[in-house]
Design a protein around this ligand. Structure first.
Ligand code: ADP
Ligand code: MG
Length: 376
């Protein structure tokens, strides 16, 4: 789960990490008051679940009151097109005191799955071009794999700052580590962490991702979820207990079981196409649930075809066929629907589809499915 910068900064404050004073605005009526509270110069920042907002025009420095009002009016409500998250409508902005920046650093903690530990990354080349730095000069990013206790000082020393700055950065790293562990975050990132003109060290940006599987033990974090930021298809799927992830391809697929879903995506790839989604309807899906799942699939406008690949175990093939038939009857489905069913009541399922008067391509096995998908 992702949260907004302003929410992450509240958590930073709880963990003793200094951030600039800021005020959140959710409507135009709040803008002037917010700017009066922060004073000028200030920075107007789009609050969307995306990085690279600065490059997309979502972060602007205002030197005086008038330009602050102007920028805030422009950014609130804008459609922010970032390289990281596509187009996002800006429903909230943060008005933040501008900080005099002497140096921008990068600091993060995340999981290194290959090495099965947490990795601490720090660089003195922070700011909006960190991705470029990572590509062109990866040696400028210092990494420490945390195998045992975390001792950030040694790694921070690589940055070459005087001892009091080194200590301040190390303390922030330690606090960030505590946050990651205690809140079950999968990523905490500060970019930029800045050294100010007064030699203070402050977090100007804040990014935290949480491990969804641990959310059940963090009610305070669940409360931070912003549904407007979620993919609308995925939200709809959650309502019906469907496991759905939107992808970029053109073949919609409906499958039961995560393993079969992944194998199905491979089959689609073998046919030279890409899956439009991952959809696992689960083991004991009813025909109503199948109908909902199918409607969800079909609402994706980029579809070339739908491929239903079901192994009838607890979910019987006739239930599946009934659900799909009912969904197609009420929907305007223009693309071909390919069905492969195996297992319990396969025959009855095929009969329901063949006698429905609707158009299905029922295939006997995956090789046949590949041939049909290839020729779409
Ligand atoms: P993003 O990473 O999404 O582009 P940031 O919050 O990192 O957004 O802001 C982009 C840049 O704007 C920062 O690298 C920093 O240079 C500048 N910036 C952000 N907040 C402030 C602030 N409070 N005062 C001064 N400059 C800021
Ligand atoms: Mg940033």
């Amino acid at each position: 789960m992702k949260i907004h910068e302003y929410q992450a900064k509240e958590l930073f404050k709880q963990y003793g990490i200094e951030v600039p004073f800021s005020v959140l605005c959710e409507s135009r009526g709040q803008i002037e008051q917010a700017i009066k509270k922060t004073g000028v110069p200030c920075v107007i920042k789009a609050q969307v679940h995306s990085g690279a907002r600065g490059k997309a025009g979502g972060v602007k420095l205002a030197k005086d009151f008038q330009s602050a009002v102007k920028f805030a009016g422009e950014i609130l409500g804008m459609e922010l097109k970032s390289s990281q998250a596509g187009i996002k409508k800006v429903n909230k902005i943060l008005v933040e005191q501008a900080v005099s920046i002497e140096k921008e650093l990068y600091l993060s903690l995340t999981f290194d799955r290959t090495n099965e530990c947490i990795a601490f990354l720090v660089s003195s080349c922070g700011g909006m071009d960190i991705e470029e730095t990572a590509k062109i000069s990866p040696e400028k990013i210092h990494t420490c794999l945390i195998k045992d206790t975390f001792n950030p000082v040694e790694t921070v020393k690589c940055l070459g700052f005087e001892s009091d700055i080194t200590e301040k950065i190390a303390r922030i790293a330690q606090n960030l580590y505590n946050l990651l562990i205690e809140k079950d975050a999968s990523l905490v990132e500060i970019n930029p962490l800045v050294i100010t003109g007064n030699k203070e060290v402050k977090a100007l940006d804040a990014k935290i991702n949480f491990d969804d599987n641990a959310l059940f033990r963090h009610e305070d974090i669940i409360a931070l979820k912003d549904e407007q930021e979620e993919n609308p298809y995925e939200l709809e799927a959650q309502k019906y207990g469907l496991n759905y992830i939107k992808l970029d391809g053109t073949i919609g697929c409906m499958v039961n079981g995560a393993g079969l879903a992944m194998a199905t995506m491979d089959v689609i790839r073998l046919a030279g196409k890409d899956a439009a989604n991952f959809l696992d309807v689960g083991g004991g899906a009813s025909s109503e649930k199948i109908e909902k799942a199918f409607k969800l699939l079909i609402s994706d406008r980029n579809l070339e075809a739908v491929f239903i690949n079901i192994f009838g175990g607890i979910l019987r093939c006739d239930f599946l066929a009934e659900g799909v038939k009912n969904a197609i009857k009420t929907l305007d489905v223009k693309c071909p629907v390919i069905v492969r069913m195996e297992g319990t009541n396969k025959q009855q399922g095929a009969e329901i589809l063949n006698n429905s008067g609707l158009r299905f391509t029922v295939v006997n096995d995956l090789n046949e499915a590949i041939e049909v998908i290839k020729n779409i």
